[in-house]
Design a protein around this ligand. Structure first.
Ligand code: DAH
Length: 338
């Protein structure tokens, strides 16, 4: 029996060495180790082996079984390695890989995301409006007289059908109030357009963020606190806010907002960064007329609004000296703002 076992082992290993694919390997396994395989059949002879030979032959039987099943696995692994080798033929795995360029968020959008996050903390919701607007939302609703210079064809892009590219995100104030009754607390970031000659600090397209808060008992103190909180979150706790009286058609009183902060790196200079004010009751009157109700009752509600450009802030905070770089889409420029 010893001899027979040794012979089966040799036979099986030779058959495995000759097996050229998985099916052939499996056939060998079944032929030797299967239920009716040669080794299994031979092992039935154990019953007739004498008592003293049993331990030795039993051990050998196990060895042979293990050798053949080990051989099956080894042959499978060898075939797999051969296949991998063939697949990699001619490929030099030591060559450096091809880098996949990684995109980055545009510096103006980075600025915008930061601004939105700060206002969200104060409970402002995001609102939206179209870039192509009508005169009502851009001017009439916002108490802007027919002869106001902003309505001039020289300042505003008009479409042949009389619509226009919005010159300010204040349009979203009108769009929001038209749809929802107070209280409203929204911010609206977006592109605005003016017929400006392009130079290092002007483009015909730029980005603004608008804010509007209407509720019972909203005061100028709330407006100042909101603006102060925003700029301190954005620029650091040394940011100082100064409000100077100004005129905007849709707010009364109106202010321009100047900021001084070491993050702005302008030494001790005040920088004019925003416009704001208390919503003019004349705006509420326009909205009520359009809505056909008295939802914006100026006896009951007051509100504040503000708006500022993001490009100038983004320029200062990211060290860009020419606004045109923002729209040229040169990846060498954009890649610096990861
Ligand atoms: N829309 C104004 C502009 O483009 C900025 C502005 C001023 C917005 C006062 C406001 C505001 O909401 O109350 O110059």
């Amino acid at each position: 029996m010893d001899q027979q076992l040794e012979q089966l082992r040799a036979e099986a290993l030779a058959a495995l060495a000759a097996a050229a694919d998985e099916a052939a390997i499996e056939a060998v396994r079944i032929a030797f180790l299967g239920r009716t395989g040669k080794i299994s059949v031979l092992s039935e002879g154990m019953r007739t082996v004498s008592k003293e030979d049993k331990p030795r032959i039993g051990k050998l039987l196990n060895e042979v079984r293990n050798a053949v099943s080990g051989g099956v696995e080894a042959r499978k692994a060898a075939l797999e390695a051969e296949r991998d080798q063939a697949a990699l033929a001619g490929i030099d795995l030591t060559l450096p890989g091809i880098p996949v360029p990684q995109g980055a968020v545009h510096p103006i959008n980075q600025m915008l995301e930061r601004a939105v996050a700060i206002f969200r903390k104060m409970g402002f919701a995001l609102a939206d409006g179209p870039d192509i607007e009508d005169e009502w939302h851009c001017f009439d609703a916002l108490n802007t007289p027919e002869d106001h210079p902003a309505r001039n064809e020289a300042d505003t892009f008009y479409l042949p059908d009389g619509r226009l590219l919005r010159t300010q995100t204040s349009t979203v104030q009108a769009r929001t109030m038209e749809l929802v009754a107070p209280p409203v607390r929204i911010i609206a970031p977006g592109c605005v357009y003016r017929r400006d000659e392009a130079d290092a600090t002007h483009l015909a397209q730029f980005t603004q963020i608008e804010g509007l808060y209407v509720d019972e008992g909203v005061t100028l103190g709330d407006l100042k606190g909101t603006i102060e909180y925003f700029f301190r979150e954005l620029l650091g706790s040394d940011a100082q806010v100064r409000m100077r009286p100004h005129f905007f058609p849709f707010t009364e009183p109106s202010f321009e907002v100047d900021i001084k902060a070491s993050a702005l790196g302008k030494g001790d200079k005040w920088l004019e960064l925003a416009g704001c004010g208390m919503v003019d009751p004349a705006v509420f009157a326009q909205i009520n007329k359009k809505r056909g109700d008295q939802a914006y009752d100026a006896e009951k509600y007051t509100g504040f609004a503000f708006g500022f450009g993001l490009d100038r802030l983004a320029m200062i905070l990211s060290g860009v000296s020419d606004i045109r770089l923002f729209t040229e889409n040169d990846v060498r420029f954009l890649a610096q703002y990861k």
